[in-house]
Design a protein around this ligand. Structure first.
Ligand SMILES: NC(=O)c1ccc[n+]([C@@H]2O[C@H](COP(=O)([O-])OP(=O)(O)OC[C@H]3O[C@@H](n4cnc5c(N)ncnc54)[C@H](O)[C@@H]3O)[C@@H](O)[C@H]2O)c1
Length: 313
């Protein structure tokens, strides 16, 4: 297949390109480097079957030649990034998604969009199941991301219903691994940065809020399976192993042997109290579930961040 991937220079996008190329597909990668990095694609430049174009997908664009599949991953994803770029975030979820859908329509290609567990907002149903419609504050600080993704899901379903486009919607839960940005404010790089540099580890609130963390190769496997499936409604992809943020901080401290103390700061506005995917649908429809234990995934991620520090020194 010839696959167009937007957001290819991002954390998940670059791993998805690796997987697609590894499966023998051709990848046309697009990114405007708003939050991604050239470094994430350096190892692919010059590789047969891979090409890259610097492109803001909210602007009109075309891709020459045939396209079999359009994968739309472009969007700031970490709270720090989308709070810094709220307008760009709303634009990429709306205008950008529409441009990618038009590309798929013109090329008679299939289409996959990466949505998010943030569609559930601060959920009243736990664990979160795809049929739950969510509890999102439409005017809160996080709404630029949550509503952008909810719009992206809605317009994807509209193209499916109106034009018969073969679409898939992935609702991704917290994912971690190599190529995350150390300073993007997400909890995994934040804790690892603090632990590896013997800085105090910052826990928001009491640390009793829960999260679940999926290793990136597991997530990409789920996306790859979903891309080939006929499931049109959203599918949760994430790891159902849930822990409190405080437990997670202590886990990282023990794993890295850090002596960091834990410090507490006020909870950000609209921070979800609990997050855990119900992945029954992914299991039954895609035959998918995460396989990489947290300890193994964290070891790979720590090695990546240590490598970065060594090359910067
Ligand atoms: N990482 C997670 O835990 C997580 C969780 C839920 C959903 N997601 C979704 O997965 C996708 C990838 O997330 P990520 O963690 O890799 O984020 P990321 O910020 O690392 O990657 C996003 C990429 O999109 C690019 N981009 C942004 N706006 C663009 C535009 N207008 N035109 C072209 N490129 C643009 C950025 O430069 C970046 O390379 C996003 O859609 C995100 O919402 C991620």
């Amino acid at each position: 297949m010839r696959i167009v991937v937007s957001g290819a220079a991002g954390f998940i996008g670059s791993h998805f390109c690796d997987r697609a190329l590894g499966e023998g597909h051709t990848v046309v990668a697009l990114d405007n480097f708003l939050t991604g990095s050239q470094r994430n694609l350096e190892h692919l430049i010059g590789r047969s079957g891979f090409s890259f174009t610097r492109q803001d997908i909210t602007e009109p664009f075309n891709v020459a030649g045939t396209v079999d599949c359009v994968v739309n991953m472009a969007s700031p994803a970490s709270p720090k990034d989308y709070l810094e770029h709220p307008i760009e975030t709303l634009d990429v979820g709306s205008l950008g998604t529409r441009n990618m859908l038009e590309l798929a329509l013109t090329k008679k290609a299939r289409f996959l969009v990466t949505s998010t567990s943030e569609c559930y907002g601060d959920p009243m149903v736990h664990p979160q199941v795809e049929t739950y419609w969510g509890n999102v504050n439409p005017v809160g600080p996080r709404s630029c991301y949550d509503e952008s993704k909810r719009f992206a899901e809605a317009i994807t379903m509209a193209y499916h219903r109106k034009h018969g486009l073969r679409t898939n919607i992935a609702r991704i839960f917290n994912t971690y691994g190599p190529r995350m940005k150390l300073d993007d404010g997400r909890v995994v790089p934040a804790f690892l940065d603090q632990a590896l540099h013997s800085k105090p580890m910052t826990v928001f609130g009491t640390g009793s809020q829960t999260r679940s963390f999926c290793y990136v190769s597991d997530l990409v496997d789920g996306l790859y399976r979903l891309m080939q499936s006929d499931e049109r409604y959203p599918v949760n992809l994430g790891n159902p192993r849930e822990m409190t943020i405080l437990e997670f901080a202590e886990h990282i401290r023990a794993m890295t042997g850090a002596k960091s103390e834990i410090v507490y700061e006020p909870l950000p506005e609209d921070d979800p109290k609990q997050r855990r995917p119900d992945i029954s649908k992914a299991k039954s429809v895609l035959g998918w579930e995460p396989r990489v234990p947290l300890e193994d995934g964290l070891r790979e991620t720590v090695a990546y961040f240590q490598g970065l520090s060594a090359s910067a020194a």
